[in-house]
Design a protein around this ligand. Structure first.
Ligand SMILES: CC(C)(COP(=O)(O)OP(=O)(O)OC[C@H]1O[C@@H](n2cnc3c(N)ncnc32)[C@H](O)[C@@H]1OP(=O)(O)O)[C@@H](O)C(=O)NCCC(=O)NCCS
Length: 442
């Protein structure tokens, strides 16, 4: 039932025995079975630029490195083509992520991005793009430490070039490029288990368009249930429950930034966004033209939806939520070739700062209202399913908002940084599930 199964590696799948990770055993990451560290900190020290390897790592013959220029529509299209045919699939090869060009442009060009961190591999003879890996800069707080990291994503090797140890070369080369810019830590996620996850989250799915989801076998009508009943149970209301809900605008950025900064301190790990980054994350992906131009409830090329709740009395922004569009190709289905999936992104609420709000259930109620409204917005924009992970404050509200448990798992990793496990799908060291992870990776 899970579109992101491909990001999974639950149980035995992809899990190797200790010592079998020939590449990862050489990297500054905690090794499997090492146990939690006594103190948080780096594994190997940062180096001056001169001490960083100056030449690119060698590639097999017939291949060459190529820095992708994401400002060039032609080159984004090349990344899009590579990923849409070769990126993450679920275990049954039924669904494959289909990041749009607009999405990639948004994800790869946050403020301060480095074009050197968009690393491609081409066939020397015909220049065809056959592999890619990217990093974007981010300021990350992990417990009491704040540092610059590269957020690594979109590692992809063409299907015909798999199992040739090309992935380690890509990882080493992007790491070198990151080092050359004076950054020595990274964050990344994967479905596979490699040394060593700092947290593990599980995917949940809120089914919206049941007939289509059943048709494409994203889910099934359980025994002792009928399709009609399943549709009725999952029907999304059209009445918003939060008063003062509206789309976020430029003029809200400062208030949203302020709320976000305070709210995110509640998690053990979170990004630190400045005003420019807030605008990028929440406003720059809204697409072109008017709502409706890109289909029901959407602008043309819309990637993100961000809504704020403005208190009608004080005009203060009290809450916000955002989600992004990440469709999947339904492999081999001509009638319904695309699964329209929305993914819960960041959100925050002033209610979190009211005394006793968490213990009394007030905060949970507020999130049910706010995220419940996100479901309405997504439903009206014709999404088929709304996905969320067991991170941030999601865990307590998933059941009441009728999310079902998926079979996808997402492992979180830190490169060159040690810290004790962070609470994701499970609680850790007395921290409730979800509360360890305040980072949403795209
Ligand atoms: C992920 C992918 C690039 C790996 O390439 P590959 O040809 O299968 O594997 P290679 O032979 O080149 O390299 C194997 C090494 O890469 C590591 N590796 C594989 N997938 C990885 C991942 N997602 N992140 C980090 N390392 C990974 C393996 O653990 C192995 O190292 P080890 O021996 O130390 O364990 C490729 O399978 C692919 O493009 N898959 C579809 C897209 C995808 O899943 N991308 C990753 C999203 S997180």
């Amino acid at each position: 039932m899970d579109v992101v199964k491909g990001k999974a590696g639950l149980g035995g799948v992809n899990k190797k025995n200790l010592g079998e990770h020939k590449f990862w055993a050489t990297q500054p990451v905690p090794q499997l079975g090492e146990g939690p560290p006594l103190d948080d900190g780096y594994i190997e020290p940062s180096r001056p630029r001169e001490a960083v390897r100056q030449e690119p790592y060698p590639l097999p013959k017939d291949f060459e490195w190529s820095m992708l220029d994401i400002d060039d529509p032609q080159q984004i299209k090349e990344v899009y083509d590579l990923l849409s045919l070769n990126y993450v699939e679920d275990d049954d090869a039924s669904f494959r992520f289909q990041y749009s060009s607009e999405f990639l442009e948004w994800a790869l060009k946050p403020p301060g991005y480095h074009k050197e961190w968009h690393v491609g591999v081409r066939v020397s003879s015909n220049k065809k793009l056959v592999a890619f890996i990217s990093g974007v800069p981010m300021t990350l707080r992990v417990r009491g430490n704040t540092f610059s990291v590269s957020e690594i994503n979109y590692l992809c090797v063409h299907k015909k070039l798999r199992s040739k140890r090309l992935a380690p070369v890509l990882i080493k080369e992007v790491t070198r490029q990151v080092h050359l810019k004076g950054t020595f830590q990274a964050i990344y996620t994967a479905g596979v288990v490699i040394p060593t996850p700092v947290s593990v989250c599980r995917y949940y799915h809120r089914l919206l368009n049941i007939p289509k989801l059943v048709d494409i076998k994203f889910c099934f009508v359980p025994r002792n249930m009928t399709l009609a009943r399943m549709i009725r149970i999952n029907k999304v209301s059209s009445n918003y429950t939060t008063v003062g809900l509206r789309e976020m605008e430029e003029r809200d950025a400062l208030q949203v930034a302020n709320l976000f900064t305070r709210f995110m301190k509640r998690f053990d790990m979170s990004p630190i966004f400045n005003l420019a980054e807030i605008k990028h994350q929440f406003l720059s992906g809204i697409g072109r033209g008017n709502i409706g131009d890109g289909g029901l409830g959407r602008r043309d090329g819309q990637v993100t939806w961000t809504y704020v709740v403005e208190d009608p009395g004080t005009n203060r922004i009290t809450d916000f939520f955002s989600f992004y569009s990440l469709p999947s190709t339904v492999i081999g289905n001509t009638k319904n070739p695309v699964l329209e999936a929305a993914y819960l992104f960041y959100y925050a609420s002033e209610t979190a700062f009211e005394k006793g709000a968490e213990e009394s259930g007030l905060l949970k109620k507020r999130f049910e209202s706010v995220i419940g409204d996100a479901l309405i917005v997504a439903n009206e924009a014709n999404f088929d399913v709304f996905n969320a992970l067991t991170l941030m404050d999601n865990v307590p509200i998933l059941q009441d908002l009728k999310f079902g448990v998926g079979d996808g798992i997402l492992n979180f990793y830190l490169y060159n940084w040690r810290t004790a496990p962070l609470a994701g799908m499970n609680s850790e060291g007395g921290v409730s599930p979800g509360k360890g992870v305040g980072v949403v990776m795209l």
